[in-house]
Ligand binder design. Structure first.
Ligand SMILES: NC(=O)c1ccc[n+]([C@@H]2O[C@H](COP(=O)([O-])OP(=O)(O)OC[C@H]3O[C@@H](n4cnc5c(N)ncnc54)[C@H](O)[C@@H]3O)[C@@H](O)[C@H]2O)c1
Ligand SMILES: [Zn+2]
Length: 407
């Protein structure tokens, strides 16, 4: 038996945020990040709409990018005191993911972070509160997914919490929120979205329900991401939907080792003063992983189908040629979005540079541990080709030096 789970309601399009006015409940807590939602007026609007719905509203703000276990525990304490029956998370992947984990702890105060990380091991939620996610970035699609990514800074590792229990009850995909994103965020979150769709399409858990969502998302992102980056507001609106479709696909089809590697490298060099931003990591690793996975015949065929839909190779081309075309196309997208091709060239500001912030000797000294951690990541199991530790080390080296994957 297979399962396909989505939120009960997805409100999308112009003024979708107003759906909050129709919510039924007594108390709502709004979870939000560092200030962009307040600055652009969306937080005030959400608060006002919930009040119009007759609810008492509390705001938990200051959730940092790549949220920590500590923030999750702090938020859960506030929820335990306030006792909301709605949790409304507004912002990018970070505040929404943090709120999902707070929700678990609120419903089950004895649940530890280690308990939460047991894949598909979350007890039944919604005994205290329902969950609404309002996305302000066009990438993670956490408003419709069964995932939450929390960083354990003591270990320098991002842990995915995965369970359909944390798929939100309501998703609000209002394009107005995406219009205020700075260019860099458009680039990173957009490449995150295409990675979701491509990984979902070739995942061993893909199915007839997820394939059309993944393919349509890829076509939309191909058409709209670079234009959105360059300021086309209609393309920006469409990207907000495209990333959500990609999310619906991967929440049910799962992901692959691009994400395993991004999770395990993201915070691994934080002591050198920067993160490798999730979407940028995916953008750098995706072409390498496609070359690696294409050694699996079934995956190669499926990359070929993606290329047929994208129309970027002659239909008489061989599958090997189609894989090459896909890799070349994605690299061109990275160039158009000012994203480097390898960790060695990844500046602390995320832009391409000759000497990135991760020194070679530091990378090599941590390589083995990162490879072992990446293989142990929850996303590895559904990758079409299972790498050995040695292969993962080689793959990560290719991602560092931007060298070709020929194994
Ligand atoms: N849950 C999932 O399924 C899933 C999937 C992929 C990634 N993630 C995780 O999500 C996190 C990244 O989320 P993200 O990429 O959405 O970014 P984010 O939430 O970390 O936000 C990044 C920055 O952009 C600002 N911002 C957000 N929306 C804005 C807007 N509309 N206008 C102006 N500024 C805005 C924020 O204030 C913040 O400073 C990572 O921790 C990643 O691991 C989760
Ligand atoms: Zn992602």
């Amino acid at each position: 038996m297979a399962r396909f789970t989505l939120p009960r309601d997805v409100y999308h399009g112009k003024d979708a945020l107003e759906a909050l006015k129709s919510f039924k409940g007594k108390k709502a807590i709004i979870c939000v990040g560092g200030g962009s939602m307040k600055r652009f007026g969306f937080l005030d609007k959400a608060e006002q709409y919930l009040k119009e719905a007759g609810m008492e509203v509390k705001i938990f703000d200051g959730i940092e990018p790549d949220p920590s276990v500590e923030t999750v525990m702090r938020g859960a304490e506030v929820m335990l005191e306030f006792q909301p029956d709605w949790i409304v998370a507004i912002g990018g992947g970070s505040p929404i993911d943090a709120a999902k984990a707070m929700w678990i702890k609120y419903e089950y105060p004895d649940c530890t972070f280690e308990d939460m990380c047991k894949v598909f091991g979350i007890p039944e939620l919604r005994k205290k509160a329902k969950f609404c996610a309002v996305s302000s970035t066009s990438g993670t699609a956490t408003e419709v997914t069964a995932f939450s990514i929390i960083t354990d800074y003591a270990k320098g590792i991002k842990y995915p919490i995965a369970d359909f229990e944390i798929t939100p009850d309501v998703a609000i995909v209002d394009p107005a929120l995406a219009q205020t994103m700075p260019k860099k965020l458009v680039a990173h979150t957009g490449m995150d979205a295409i990675t979701h769709a491509v990984e979902a399409y070739v995942s061993t858990a893909h199915c007839d329900y997820t394939d059309p969502l993944a393919i349509h998302a890829i076509e939309m992102i191909q058409n709209d991401l670079v234009d959105s980056y360059n300021g086309d507001t209609a393309a920006r609106d469409r990207m907000h939907n495209a990333q959500c479709l990609a999310g619906m696909a991967f929440s049910n089809a799962l992901l692959g080792i691009v994400h395993s590697m991004a999770h395990k490298t993201g915070a691994a060099f934080a002591d050198y003063g920067a993160h490798i931003i999730h979407g940028a990591a995916n953008a750098m690793y995706l072409p390498k992983v496609i070359a690696f996975n294409a050694k699996d015949e079934e995956a190669k065929k499926r990359y070929g189908v993606i290329v047929d839909y994208m129309g970027i190779a002659d239909s008489s081309a061989s599958d090997d040629e189609k894989v090459e075309a896909l890799i070349a196309y994605l690299r061109k997208m990275n160039d158009a979005l000012n994203i480097p091709h390898g960790i060695k060239y990844y500046g602390a500001d995320s832009y391409p540079t000759e000497n990135g912030f991760v020194p070679e000797d530091v990378f090599l000294s941590r390589l083995h541990d990162i490879a072992v951690n990446a293989i142990g990541d929850a996303c590895t199991g559904s990758n079409p080709r299972q790498p050995s530790v040695e292969e993962m080390e080689k793959l990560l080296k290719c991602c560092y030096y931007d060298t070709e994957v020929d194994f």
